[in-house]
Design a protein around this ligand. Structure first.
Ligand code: NAD
Length: 508
């Protein structure tokens, strides 16, 4: 890309944004409908591209890329006109009569940098929320998923206004040039090393970032669970897309007594899913490129392979592999694996698992398989992670009402569903006051006085809530009055007193 000019690309987006070209609700909805049409009319083309990039099975492409994106758009079409409405907020007493509300406004020019493992979903999902929020968008798909990047660059301009959405294809050089420009928000998906580069570049312009990073997502398998069901759900979550899923279970922690049964159950499941030879299975993917293939092959050096282990460089094939007798300081436990290698490390109990998890960087997802509520609650309480999922893997990512994102080193910010719209919107605080009743404002204007001060205090200062029953003082007061009334009645009945006031006449 010799003639790559990042400045004019961003200038074009900025000009469109400043002209309000992509801002009206009607334009946003139109764009979303066109995006839906693009996906609908070309889903096979997209899946063919992902087949060439990752040998992604058609079912996985439709399930985790195409259908999720279409669902996301339908959710936006159904809800966007509500979400853009001003959100009225509670006001303090002294603001009575004034209008206070939050208005969601577009941020401006947004840059979306996608990753290669779900090359369609990871660019289209953020794009949906960014255009729905009224921004102009530049997307930079991952160059490693070359075929998907090409088709995105080819089709998006045919369905969306290119002033509002531009696609830039390129690698480090082009991304670096883009990052020198000023954006109003950057959403980056990828590894944390590049995440730091993106954040440093954004800091120069005080541009906010959403970083969707990775890390080692653990699974704790408790002895109190159905091991064979746990094995199926873990096997699926780990080996879908050949382990190249950001929220894939990275490694398993379990007690010694569980290990053999678990290893056998995973082996049986692998056979059921991918047959005797997964290389021949239509449902098993490939490693994205030789660099990642070699990185994964190196992780297998000197480890105890309990199943799998076969690697074929010409086919970028790595067999689903289980590694046992793993120690915390081994290479396979140092960095995110991001491939079809599943280490199993022995812990003494749930507390030991918690200690190990907490000694590592904060993870994107933490999975627990257990029927013991105490263990499930304890691990949730004593750890942190982007997401916490019990007795299943990956599926939480399909619940678009949940924020999808990391914590600490696994990322910052979140998206999916309405959360994407929020990520790409500025929540502008708006107050519309009336010009009348100026006399009431005298108490806030100088010259100050004791009297003004006490009025201001009475109107403005909040009182801490009292704890316990006394906190409900009107209720307590009423209850005391009733109690007194009934006590009096009962005492009079006891004395044979009707309670009627004695007349002066009768006492004469
Ligand atoms: P990648 O190689 O596709 O890189 C991501 C993007 O960064 C690409 O668009 C690339 O062009 C750009 N890039 C690469 N080097 C750069 C540089 N020096 N300067 C500027 N831009 C640069 O993807 P990857 O990093 O290999 O992705 C895998 C990682 O992403 C894993 O850690 C995975 O867990 C994580 N991931 C996270 C999520 C999530 O939603 N949290 C999703 C997918 C992947």
């Amino acid at each position: 890309m010799a003639d790559f000019d990042a400045k004019s690309i961003v200038d074009r987006s900025r000009a469109a944004f400043n002209a309000g070209k992509c801002k009206s609700l009607a334009t946003r909805l139109e764009h979303l409908k066109n995006l839906y049409r693009m996906i609908d009319e070309h889903e096979k083309d997209f899946c063919d591209a992902m087949k060439r990039d990752l040998n992604k099975p058609y079912t996985e492409c439709m399930g985790y890329e195409i259908t999720l994106a279409k669902n996301e758009i339908i959710g936006y079409l159904e809800n966007l006109s509500q979400w853009v409405k001003p959100e009225r907020v509670k006001k303090p007493l002294f603001m009575l009569g004034q209008d206070a509300y939050i208005r969601r406004e577009p941020l401006g020019v947004v840059l979306i940098i996608g990753a290669w493992n779900y090359p369609f979903q990871l660019t289209i999902h953020p794009l949906i929320g960014a255009i729905a929020a009224g921004n102009t968008v530049i997307i930079k798909p991952s160059e490693l998923a070359e075929e998907t990047a090409k088709i995105l660059a080819d089709l998006l301009p045919k369905y969306l206004d290119s002033d509002c959405v531009q696609v830039v294809n390129g690698a480090v050089k082009e991304t670096t040039a883009l990052l020198e420009q000023k954006f109003d928000h950057i959403l980056y998906t990828g590894n944390s090393v590049v995440g730091k580069i993106v954040m440093a570049a954004a800091a120069k312009h005080l541009t906010p970032v959403t970083l969707e990073l990775g890390g080692k997502s653990p699974v704790f398998v408790d002895k109190n669970c159905d091991i064979s069901t746990a094995a199926r759900r873990i096997t699926w979550g780990k080996f879908v897309n050949s382990g190249q899923t950001c929220i894939a279970p990275d490694y398993i922690l379990c007690e010694e007594e569980v290990k053999d049964q678990l290893v056998q159950a995973i082996k049986d499941t692998l056979k059921e899913f991918y047959g005797e030879d997964p290389q021949k299975s239509n449902d098993y993917g490939r490693i994205i490129n030789e660099r990642h293939f070699k990185r994964l092959e190196d992780l297998l050096q000197g480890v105890n392979v309990a199943a799998g282990g076969k690697t074929v460089i010409d086919d970028k094939y790595i067999e689903p592999t289980i590694v046992t007798d793993v120690k915390g300081d081994e290479a396979v436990m140092q960095h995110e694996i991001f491939g079809p290698i599943l280490p199993i490390m022995i812990v003494k109990d749930a507390d030991d698992a918690i200690r190990y998890i907490n000694s590592r960087a904060k993870c994107l997802a933490l999975y627990v398989f257990s029927t013991d509520k105490n263990i499930v609650d304890k691990i949730q309480h004593d750890t942190t992670s982007g997401a916490y999922s019990v007795n299943d893997t990956l599926m939480y990512g399909a619940i678009d009402t949940l924020p999808f994102g990391g914590v600490g080193t696994s990322g910052m910010g979140a998206y999916h569903g309405k959360h994407t719209f929020e990520t790409f919107s500025h929540r502008r605080a708006c107050v519309v006051a009336k010009l009348g009743m100026e006399a009431a404002n005298q108490i806030r204007y100088p010259p100050y006085s004791e009297k003004k001060y006490s009025w201001a205090q009475w109107l403005m200062a909040k009182k801490p809530k009292r704890e316990g029953i006394l906190g409900f003082w009107p209720f307590t007061l009423l209850a005391m009055i009733f109690a007194a009334f009934f006590a009096k009645k009962v005492m009079r009945r006891g004395r044979g007193d009707s309670g009627d006031r004695p007349s002066i006449r009768s006492s004469l």
